[in-house]
Design a protein around this ligand. Structure first.
Ligand SMILES: [Cu+2]
Length: 362
């Protein structure tokens, strides 16, 4: 073997550059990984509330660009370890600039973005990029949807990555197809003449956390009743809130309106806890408030004693509850006192085509 000082320095330099190029993965130079947030059917009724794929292994120094692919808005948000989920995810929240870095020390949040930026003001783009300068495993959350999560595993530049871009594309395609066909839109046995399903949805899980499949439709969309009949709506979605809204949207969507104040258009509680409104005319305004699925029970005494408390969260994985879920109910009833055509909508998802009609005959 020749001593290295016998080799011209230019040859050594060139050889080292070639070796460097061969042994250091390209991603080490700051690769950008392109994935998507959200997916929807052509009619917008089926929504995948998911990061696709929801788990990614990258190198320190790499960036991830999410393209928002649905009319339903989502956020790309990285909370710090001790940070609680913001109370108001949609409005007035801190938004960090496109291209922000996340290393676990400071909050990064895209704000609500969607496929068409014009539908998600003040957004001007349907992409958001986050740079990951340091090694770590980071949880990704959508602040608009509680059960929409992901994980970004940031590895040392020398580490081998398990998947390439094509591999992630394949995973995303499978997860997308699965979520967009996940729930049955019409469980026939539960629909009778005067009962309407206000949305169906299910929570699924992938390696990086929760994903949600939701069908944002009323089933059936058109229903015929007679004067004096009561129609009942039930939200069958595991986590997505919907509303039954006749007329104009109130200022606060979460609260029912009006309640006990407008003669003839009152919304009162039935004995079984369901809100119940009376409608006299298609021009009356009534709003169910957010119809939420009932939350699971909280765990007694916090940690499971069989598990090291230091390793076990104090509550079940579903908790803490999203702030503000205290006025939930899943059911709403309306009695129609006059004939007419009554159009209604979900105040949260009418932009996706979640609308319905009750034809009231004499
Ligand atoms: Cu809805």
């Amino acid at each position: 073997m020749q001593p290295i000082n016998r080799i011209p320095s230019s040859v050594v330099a060139t050889t080292m550059l070639i070796l460097a190029g061969l042994t250091i993965p390209r991603a080490g130079y700051g690769a950008i990984w392109n994935i998507t947030a959200g997916a929807e059917s052509a009619d917008l009724g089926r929504q995948a509330l998911a990061f696709l794929p929801n788990e990614l292994w990258i190198h320190a120094g790499d960036s991830v660009t999410w393209t928002f692919a649905s009319d339903e808005p989502h956020t790309v948000s990285f909370l710090t370890a001790d940070q609680l989920r913001p109370t108001v995810p949609h409005d007035g929240d801190i938004i960090t600039p496109d291209g922000s870095s996340f290393d676990g020390s400071a909050y990064v949040n895209s704000g609500e973005l969607c496929r068409n930026p014009a539908l998600c003001p003040p957004a001007v783009s349907n992409t958001y990029t986050v740079k990951f300068p340091t090694v770590g495993n980071f949880k990704l959350s959508c602040l608009a949807h509680l059960y929409m999560q992901g994980r970004i595993h940031v590895l040392a530049v020398s580490a081998l990555l398990p998947y390439d871009a094509a591999g992630y594309e394949q995973q995303a395609t499978v997860e997308r197809a699965d979520l967009l066909s996940d729930v049955s839109p019409l469980p026939d046995s539960r629909v009778t003449a005067l009962r309407v399903i206000a949305g169906v949805g299910a929570v699924a899980s992938a390696g990086g956390g929760f994903q949600t499949a939701a069908v944002m439709r009323f089933f059936p969309a058109i229903i015929t009743a007679h004067v004096g009949d009561t129609v009942e709506w039930t939200n069958l979605d595991a986590v997505t809130n919907h509303s039954v809204t006749f007329g104009t949207d109130p200022m606060t969507l979460r609260q029912p309106a009006p309640i006990g104040v407008v003669p003839g258009v009152n919304a009162n509680l039935d004995a079984d806890g369901a809100l119940h409104a009376n409608l006299n005319s298609p021009t009356d305004n009534v709003h169910s408030g957010a119809l939420w699925p009932l939350p699971a029970d909280r765990a007694l005494n916090g940690p499971n004693p069989e598990v090291d408390p230091a390793l076990n969260p104090p509550d079940l994985p579903q908790y803490p509850l999203p702030v503000g879920v205290h006025d939930f109910n899943q059911r709403y009833r309306v009695t129609f006192t006059h004939a007419g055509i009554y159009d209604y909508h979900c105040a949260y998802h009418d932009n996706l085509g979640m609308v319905g009609r009750v034809i009231v005959l004499r």
